[in-house]
Structure formats: structure tokens, C-alpha cells
Design a protein around this ligand. Sequence first.
Ligand code: ATP
Ligand code: MG
Length: 424
Amino acid sequence: MAKNIQAIRGMNDYLPGETAIWQRIESTLKNVLGSYGYSEIRLPIVEQTPLFKRAIGEVTDVVEKEMYTFDDRNGDSLTLRPEGTAGCVRAGIEHGLLYNQEQRLWYVGPMFRYERPQKGRYRQFHQLGVEVFGLQGPDIDAELIMLTARWWRELGIASHVALELNSIGSLEARATYRDALVAFLEQHKDKLDEDCLRRMYTNPLRVLDTKNQDIQTLLNDAPKLGDYLDDESREHFAGLCAFLDDAGIAYTVNQRLVRGLDYYNRTVFEWVTTSLGAQGTVCAGGRYDGLVEQLGGRATPAVGFAMGLERLVLLVQAVNPEFKAESVVDIYLVASGANTQSAAMQLGEQVRDALPGVRLMMNHGGGNFKKQFARADKWGARVALVLGESEIADGNVVVKDLRSGEQSTLTQDSVAAHLRALLG
Ligand code: ATP
Ligand code: MG
């Protein structure tokens, strides 16, 4: 017999048992975004390959080894998006959303990177990204961080995430720093590993976030990016820190924080946790004032971040198990006896009309009362409505509170009002 076809490694199915908590988390995130006046933008999953090469940078992990790139039937090189910022900027330029305007945007959806799958790291994963265009002051950087802090409070994980912050300055300041760093690295070539040696000339800042402990120790003596900042970036960063201090948001300045994508300048930040093992960054972003112009638009200040939803869900489940998905069903409609099904289905429609938002599941497939009540329990229903032949004959229905066990017989016309009171 032919072997069953399985999903692609690192690309997960999200089964009904899990989607409920995803939905609850996503709706919490979206409500908070709404409370700051941010709007959703929906973008394609596939873009032209040069977009990512230009935006993210040729010498980055993502572009060098993580992209899913293939030729379209007409020979164009296309790539499954590895992140959302490039597509968002492309769309903003294409539709004239950016020039001389403010935009506060968010998107959510799957991203694709060819990585070694492990806990918190997958080949198809989901990000919620936020991008703000047209605002250059540190107040908007601070608002983004305050918004994320509100998420953590609402999800009950605030004490399990910590904010790391840095400024990587202007392009020019970074170029000066880069020279100083390369000079330092050249003196210690013998202590660098293969990866760092390769990065040393192509993308030396990435050496700073090496995971190699020995090199980390060596880097303690390296020139500090903070000493090379241009005055405006320094001022911007001081402004951001002041806003965060006023908002009571704690942070650590991490001089080694540089981020993996080339387009950032000035502010960079990450929310990290120690509760997830190796994959500790939940949310990461920063300012990218040069990207719009780099992709062909008019110079537009921009700042944003992306959050990994798998890591967020894992974290909520690990540290706040109380934040569960509610059951899927409020009311289970039990019907037994000859010719009861159609009348029961009509009653179901009537209740759904009267009580919008209430989740009523109709029993299908028959079964005696006992079996049907077992199904009501399985779905976590709070109330069962019961229709038998005699109820139908009298225009009645039995309402059973499945927690207290109390039950009463009501007319079908009055049942909606009763249910409204019962379910609160
Ligand atoms: P890492 O250092 O963990 O590889 P990154 O710097 O590549 O992260 P970003 O490109 O900044 O990640 O993406 C933002 C967020 O998206 C990350 O902080 C993380 O939560 C999530 N993320 C990135 N790659 C993956 C992945 N392969 N699987 C699951 N989540 C991911
Ligand atoms: Mg990565």
C-alpha cells in the first residue's frame, strides 16, 4: 500500500483543540491594537525575490540560507515571505500610502524560513507585525513598546518577559563603528569561528550577536557601538528612554543588540523570556527610516516590530495556564423520539436568532438521551435543551442547567429569555 503523505517538516497543523487558544490570544492582541487606533493590512504570502534581497540584505541569515525561493511558471523568481515588513513597505509605496502621511498598520499571518525545526522554531510560523510610517519622534517608538507591554498584561505574562533596548545609530555612525569593530576583530582573528570570520567583512555587526560564548567574552573588550552614535540618534534614544521611564516600563540597555536584518537604524528592541528555552525572543523590532527610500519610495520614517505567535502561545501556556480557551459550546440541543429532529433544528434557529453570539450545538446522528447528554458534557456545554415527543406536542422544551443539574420545563416561546438570564 502507498505510504500516507505527511505534512512538510517544520510546517504544523493547528488542530481544533489548539485553535481555540490561538483565537483567544489573537483576539486579545487585535483588541489592544484597535484601542490604539491601528488598522489591519492584508498582504500576499508570495513576493518577488528581489524585494526581500533588497530589503533584508544579501548578507543575512534569512536571505543567505532561509528563504523558500522558486521559479514561477514564467521564470520569475518568487519567494514565500520570510517576514512581513518588506511586503508592507512594497504595498505602501505601490498604493501611495506613505508619502506625506501617517500610517499605523498591523498584519498577521504565516511566514516561511528554512530553519532547523525545534521548539519555538518552525519552517512555517506566524507573526503579528506592526509598522508605523511617517512619524520620526521617539514618542512613537515608545508607544509601540507600551502597546506590547499592554499585551503582556492582558495575557498575564508580564512578569515573564523583559525588554532589551539599544540604539544602532545612523547609517553613517554605524559605518564608522564598523571600521573600528573590524579593526578589533582583525587583531583577534585566531579566536573567531568560521561564521564570525565570514561575517567579519560582509556584515561585521552580526558578529556581536554570536551565540559562541568564548567570542562573547572576547567582545567585552571590543569597541562599543554606543560610543559611536551620532548626536541625533543619541538624543532620540535618550528621548525614548525618558518616555519609557515615565510610563514605568523597565528595560535593559543591551549594547550587543543589533538585529538580524539590515534595514534597522536607531532604535532596536527585543522582548525576551527565559521560560521557553533556547528560542527566547518573543517579539523584536526597531526603526527603519531608510527602507522606504531603499525600496524606491520617498524617504519616510518608519518603526515597527514582529512577534512570533507560536512562541507567544507557548509562553502563555507555560506561565499562565489560566488563560484557557473557553469551551466551544454554550447550549447543547438534545432531541430524541420520532420526528423530533426537524422541530429541534427550528428551535435551534429560533434561539440563535434571539441570542446572537450564543453558541448552540445541535445533536446530530441520533442516540438515546444518555448518549446525547454525554456529548453535551464532552463539548463543555453549560445548558442542555431537551426535546422529546411530548414536549413537541405541548410546545414545550426542557432546560437543564448542566452545572447545578436543575431543570425546568418552559414554553418554547419563553425559552430564549430564560436562557439569556441563565447564561448571563
Ligand atoms: P531568531 O534569532 O530566534 O532566529 P530572528 O531575529 O530571526 O529570531 P525576526 O526576524 O526578528 O527573528 O522575527 C521576529 C520574531 O518572529 C522572532 O522574535 C520570533 O518570535 C519569531 N520567529 C522568527 N523566526 C521564527 C521561526 N523560524 N519559528 C518561529 N518563530 C520565529
Ligand atoms: Mg532567525
